[in-house]
Ligand binder design. Structure first.
Ligand SMILES: Nc1ncnc2c1ncn2[C@@H]1O[C@H](COP(=O)(O)OP(=O)(O)OP(=O)(O)O)[C@@H](O)[C@H]1O
Ligand SMILES: [Mg+2]
Length: 378
């Protein structure tokens, strides 16, 4: 059912399976874990497709013969335990709002937390806001939410997207609290997801941490080239456009096969139109994209300390570096010493400007990387 939108390459959110490429095995692995009531944690680089995959699984579960109630929450915008509770309660309300008297029941149940129903002024989506004064308020809020849920006569699954965010809250006891409340409801599977590999691995794999071994870890990799090629060709074909294999390979290379960037390039190519897409059209889209983003990249250049900028530039120009502390790399790029490179590497990784992936350091934002390469490669 692709009638209502014209461009099949979406670059934000999830629409329906028609716009979603592959991920069949990954979808099965997650739905299997859910039906066996196992917890699972999905980890990948930014913009590889975790949220899309969770929404795809949600879609399948909601449209199955025995539909699940899927409570999906994105914790990225939340800054403390109170906001986390608001997000979870709002997600629960959105899933159950068609049930008779659910709102009254929910407000009654949570009365001690002074709940109120508000409407998002931009999206019109309803949300619940609570006023929590102490950490015991957060604990009782969580317990009340789970008690409300256990009354639901339907299979339930919780999805916590950007779960590492809880590690940044000022309250230090959210992690053990969440763990102990969750543990009381072993019949509800929890799916966690996030891009901070380091934080999530620490949370789930360090003995002594509350969530230790409470969830299986799943690393989301790139979509396979065969599946992506078919998806791209078929979508262009339906728009009466033909794209050749060399052009698709070129896109795969240039985007490092990173989902968001492939979608973005294809979206723009599709928008340009034309019956045949070849090298010339692809090169011109690459150029257009990096030019569009240029003001942002110039501001990165102004904001980064000079040594860090030299390092980012050098990494991009080489299209990834295995040993940035090697003497040759340092000399060639005027990077002073191994210790200053180590310091800058650490700072840039913390800012998510660079990332270690496929055995090398890369500039995280692929378009920024290509812009640097284009401007600074000799
Ligand atoms: N299987 C897919 N087929 C087509 N497009 C996809 C697929 N998976 C993700 N996308 C698209 O790629 C982009 C990035 O995906 P998504 O937001 O799911 O990544 P993410 O890993 O959650 O990123 P972040 O870490 O920034 O939250 C989105 O625009 C999404 O629509
Ligand atoms: Mg996401």
């Amino acid at each position: 059912m692709k009638t209502e939108i014209t461009n099949p390459f979406i670059t934000g959110g999830y629409l329906s399976p028609e716009y979603f490429c592959d991920r069949a095995e990954e979808t099965k692995r997650i739905t299997d874990a859910i039906s066996s009531r196992r917890n699972l944690t999905l980890i990948s680089l930014r913009r590889m497709g975790k949220t899309g995959l969770l929404k795809h699984v949600k879609f399948q579960l909601e449209h199955s013969k025995k539909p699940f109630a899927v409570i999906y929450t994105d914790l990225l915008p939340t800054l403390n335990g109170n906001e986390m509770l608001n997000t979870i309660s709002s997600a629960l309300y959105r899933v159950r709002k068609s049930e008779k008297n659910f709102l009254e029941k929910m407000l009654g149940f949570m009365a001690s937390l002074r709940p109120s129903l508000t409407m998002d002024p931009l999206t019109g989506e309803p949300s619940i806001e609570l006023k929590v004064e102490s950490s015991s308020g957060i604990q009782s809020g969580l317990e009340q939410i789970l008690r409300l849920i256990s009354d639901i006569k339907q299979d339930i699954v919780f999805m916590f997207d950007e779960f590492q965010q809880i590690g940044k809250y000022p309250e230090k006891n959210i992690e053990p609290m969440l763990r102990s409340v969750i543990q009381t409801y072993p019949v509800i599977p929890f799916i966690f997801s996030g891009s901070s590999k380091h934080m999530l691995e620490n949370m789930f794999m360090s003995p002594g941490r509350p969530f230790y071994q409470s969830s299986e870890l799943m690393y989301l990799d790139r979509i396979g080239t065969d599946d992506y090629r078919i998806f791209i060709k078929e979508n262009f074909r339906q728009g009466k456009m033909i794209i050749d294999d060399e052009s698709i390979d070129k896109i795969f290379n240039w985007t490092r096969l990173h989902t968001y960037y492939i979608q973005y390039v294809c979206n723009h190519l599709y928008e340009k139109g034309g019956n045949k897409i070849g090298e010339r059209q692809v090169n011109s889209i690459f150029h257009e994209i990096i030019t569009d983003f240029e003001p942002q990249y110039i501001s990165y250049r102004n904001l980064l300390p000079p040594h860090q900028f030299r390092l980012v530039k050098a990494i991009a120009v080489q299209d990834g570096v295995m040993q940035p502390t090697s003497g040759e790399f340092i000399r060639k790029n005027d990077l002073t010493s191994p210790s200053s490179v180590s310091t800058s590497l650490k700072a840039l990784a913390e800012k998510e400007m660079i990332v270690y992936d496929l055995n090398r350091w890369n500039v995280y934002d692929v378009f920024f990387s290509r812009w640097l390469e284009y401007h600074y490669k000799e």
